[in-house]
Write a protein that binds this ligand. Structure first.
Ligand code: UGA
Length: 443
């Protein structure tokens, strides 16, 4: 099929590439000329496992094109995806200006029937606004062209995006017309493994499904962080508790890892946006507000532990920080807990020596040159002359350091484990002080 994708961010680029991989002819359009130029030369702007070879191959074989020419892109697609950003507005609600600008562009150039698909995470009711924007642009040029607007939210995880897109758990399609639904079913047929993954519903339910999924996941994390904070006060170990509750299949083991708070471009923004939507409809979403508040507090957790260990005397100390990305397997530092930690350490007069396997260029872009930050080439280099080690992101290669060597290297002999990846007894046996999240010893 002929597919157009507006936006070459995470969602747009991965979706377009996977659709091309399945044999469709995909045109990706972006207003950022430098990005488009780079993509045409095989330069992928994000770190995402498996994505680069797939982009390059499909591009070489002519199934995947990148352009800034919106007109030809609109003319190309039987199915036109909108996958542009929806950053938070000042009040936390999703800013729809980019989505609506694309809708207007589609209306200005549409010359034959098409299905317009909302892939971006957008508040309930956005499909109606997109429909109105396309219709008004068509009307302004006196054109009469049939089109449908469908909601088809994306559930991919950064770091697993290609896998999630090629092997989806579910494909949610919110459509008003049977014809539009059929077209999307045809497009997604190759992604249906073994049994039908398509969950068809009305447009508003599809829009809310996306927010409900992210809000549920964020709730699990904040709930576990709350339990961790209780555990450390009552002398319990949250890791034991996690095993104890996860074995109940109604609760399950996944997504109940306590830590230094959730980050990324989705959970913080989506929880807030859903809260705003509820508020706009006269409902106070108390759980969502609590999920957000618990997470905001959790992002300060590591700093609190550090500050308590050093009796608030951090001036002139140096901290090795392992992990800057908001989670492993990505270079994304948006709303990452590391940023809160670094800001607090700097405000207290401490220095930071940081290493992340993928996010170093991103850290350089965000922080620039500063005297109190050294971005090191290796995890080991971050430890040189440091007082203590702080682990913020659980990259695999941070999981089994030589604790004996750490003891030699860290002058204050302390390890702060923001993701509970170490066994406290092993660390302490090496003569290091250990601090985790909710492990009964920190308070
Ligand atoms: C999230 C969802 O998982 C995807 O399903 C969704 O499609 C995506 O948002 C989106 O809306 O586009 P992502 O932001 O890539 O995906 O990251 P996650 O893997 O969900 O992790 C989010 C944060 O939660 C990370 O900071 C991670 O460290 C934290 N987390 C996760 C925990 O603290 N504990 C856990 O048990 C799991």
């Amino acid at each position: 099929m002929k597919v157009t994708v507006f936006g070459t961010g995470y969602v747009g680029l991965v979706t377009g590439t996977c659709l091309a991989e399945m044999g469709n002819h995909v045109v990706c359009v972006d207003i950022d000329a430098a990005k488009v130029e780079g993509l045409n030369q095989g330069r992928i702007p994000i770190y995402e496992p498996g994505l680069t070879p797939m982009v390059v191959q499909n591009h070489q074989e002519g199934r995947l094109q990148f352009t800034t020419d919106a007109k030809s892109a609109v003319e190309h697609g039987d199915i036109i995806f909108i996958a542009v950003g929806t950053p938070p507005d000042e009040d936390g609600s999703a800013d729809l200006q980019y989505v609506l600008a694309v809708a207007d562009t589609i209306g200005r150039h549409l010359s034959r029937p098409a299905v317009v698909v909302n892939k971006s995470t957008v508040p309930v009711g956005t499909a109606d606004r997109v429909e109105a924007a396309v219709a008004s642009a068509l009307q302004a040029r006196g054109a009469v062209v049939a089109f449908d607007v469908v909601s088809n939210p994306e559930f991919l995880k950064e770091g697993d995006a290609v896998k999630d897109c090629m092997r989806p758990d579910r494909i949610v399609i919110g459509a008003k017309s049977a014809k539009a639904l059929e077209q999307l079913k045809k497009l997604y047929a190759p992604f249906n493994r073994n049994h039908d993954r398509i969950v068809a519903m009305d447009v508003r339910s599809a829009e809310l499904t996306k927010y409900a999924a992210n809000a549920m996941l964020a709730t699990k994390i904040s709930f576990m962080n709350e339990m961790a904070n209780i555990a450390e006060r009552v002398g319990a170990d949250i890791e034991m508790v996690r095993h104890g509750i996860g074995s109940d299949p109604r609760i399950g083991y996944s997504f109940i890892y306590p830590g230094a708070g959730y980050g990324g471009s989705c959970f913080p923004k989506d929880v807030q946006a859903l809260e705003r939507t509820a508020c706009q409809h006269g409902y106070e979403a108390k759980i969502l507000a609590a999920v957000e508040a618990v997470n905001d507090r959790q992002k300060d957790k590591l700093f609190e532990l550090i500050s308590r260990h050093f009796n608030g005397e951090l001036k002139g100390r140096t901290f090795a920080v392992w992990g800057l990305a908001f989670k492993p397997n990505t270079d994304d530092m948006r709303a990452a807990s590391s940023r809160n930690l670094l800001a607090s350490l700097w405000a207290a007069g401490a220095k930071v020596q940081a290493f992340d396997p993928e996010a170093m260029h991103e850290a350089e872009r965000i922080f620039g040159q500063r005297d109190d930050l050294a971005l090191t080439g290796t995890a080991n280099a971050a430890l040189q002359n440091a007082d203590a080690l702080v682990v913020v992101t659980e990259w695999k290669n941070f999981r089994s350091p030589d604790f004996g060597q750490l003891k030699q290297q860290l002058s204050a002999a302390a390890v702060f484990d923001g993701r509970n990846i170490y066994d406290p007894e092993t660390v302490e046996a090496a003569g290091l002080a250990y601090y985790g999240i909710g492990r009964g010893r920190s308070i």
